[in-house]
Structures are given as C-alpha cells and as structure tokens.
Design a protein around this ligand. Sequence first.
Ligand SMILES: [Zn+2]
Length: 294
Amino acid sequence: MSDYIVRATALEGNIRAFGTITTHLVEELRHRHQSSPVATAAVGRAATVGAIMGVMLKGEDRLTIRIKGGGPIGQIVVDANANGEVRAYATNPHVDLPLNSIGKLDVAGAVGTDGFLHVTKDLGLREPYSGSVELISGELGEDFAYYFTQSEQTPSVVGVGVLVDRDYSVKVAGGFILQVLPGVKDEDITYIEEKLSQIPGVTTLLTEGTTPEDILTRLIPGDVKIHERIPVKFRCTCNRERLEELLVSLGKDELQNMLHQDRGAEVVCSFCKNKYYFTEQDLETLIDRMEKKE
Ligand SMILES: [Zn+2]
C-alpha cells in the first residue's frame, strides 16, 4: 500500500476524521538518518501526525512542529505542508534505550516529558500562528491530542504508531485523528470511546491489512464520508542557495576560518542529509559578496 491520508467527515459534519498510512515516509526518514529503532518510532510518530496536520492546511500554507522534552533524542523537528509533503529529523537519531516496562520501544524515555510540543503555522499572514503545550506523556499521540484540545480548542483523539522490524526497517506506520465538534451527541462520544478501547493498536490494524478508511469506519458510528485521498511523501526544500544563506548568516569571520583553515566547507542538510560542498573559490565569492554589502 502506498502512503496516503484520507480526509473524511461523519455525523453530519460534526466529526472531522483523518486516517493515514506512512510506512514509506517513515522508512525513508529512517534510511536517511540511519536512526535507531526508538528514534525511528519517535520521529515517525511525530512525522505521521505532522503529515495529517499539514493536509489540514490550505494552498501554500505550511507548518513546523518542534518537540523538546529533555530526553536523549534531543529535539524532533517536522515540517509539513498541505500537499502531503513532509520532512523531519531528530538531533540524536542514534539514541538507544532498553524496551519499556511493557516491552515496547521507549519513545517517552527517548523524548522525555519535561518540555514542550510547539507548532508554528505559516499561513501567509504577516505573523505566523504559533501554539504550544507542555508534554504530558512523551509517547506523542496523547501529547498531540492535548495540543489540539488545549491550544486549538478542538477536542481530538490521536492514534499513531510505528512498527520497527527485526532488521530495523519500518514494517508499518500510520495513524488517525478524530476531531469532535460541538454538535456531537453524548451517545456518539460514548460509542467512539468504547470502540477506541476495543480496537487493536494502529500498527496491528495496518499489519493485518486494514486500510486507513477502514480504521475510521470501525471507530465512528454511521456513515463515514471520504472526501479526499492525498498522497504522502518525503520532500526536502533545501538547495544550494539556501545553504549559501546559512553560511552567510554565520558571519564573515567564520567564513574566513573555513576558507583559510579548512580550505572549503561541507554543509549537511539536517532534514535530508544531502551534502553540499563549497570550494575555496565558492567561499571567496560569498565573502566578496558580503564585503560589497557592508
Ligand atoms: Zn535537505
């Protein structure tokens, strides 16, 4: 199954629902960063929810999620947009921890629980929107649900999972988000809560071949209306010009050092790990350009 997100509604538009399978995306992130199983799970969960939050946006809008919980993984950063394009990284992708008390990858142990989940949305306005909540679990699904409820005032259920195979590749990844609008009746909420307590985890369902559409149908009473299927893919927006800007932002002294001591520079993109080389001549050109602006 290729990666996609379904956007759906139910109960006369009072439930907004999203389901996704992101196995290829999370495997690509793992491969690019050569991440450990627990880091693959942590970044994969964040990227999966990020992918869904991306398609909640419109047009050219985009968002960045930053999760910093004080754990050994450092910071997790996810960028996503309305076209289902996602990129993500963690500061320490090689963090390795023993399994937690229930025999699962210890995502909360890697992320930590002493910190924040921060979301910035560039909606094409002068000021970007930004919202944040304290981390409450570090397992991320619950933290995102808390974010939607607290920061965006939309009570939400978030299910997300990444299953890492024995060879460390990603076996399945995916998730769902249900957002409950004020018109939902109590009996329908009770129905959903019951189904949530009975349904197997996301990775179990996806391993069994359950589609994102089927997951939504199993959780929500009545007809689920599917509006859209949006492909999800890894995409990095870095290019040589942006990394030149980054070098320039380091200042002239730093560039002089790179020129005279290192005789060139290699810049690696944090998101995609692509390498950009700058020769002595490239650096001289950049320094010249800076001097002309002075
Ligand atoms: Zn890149």
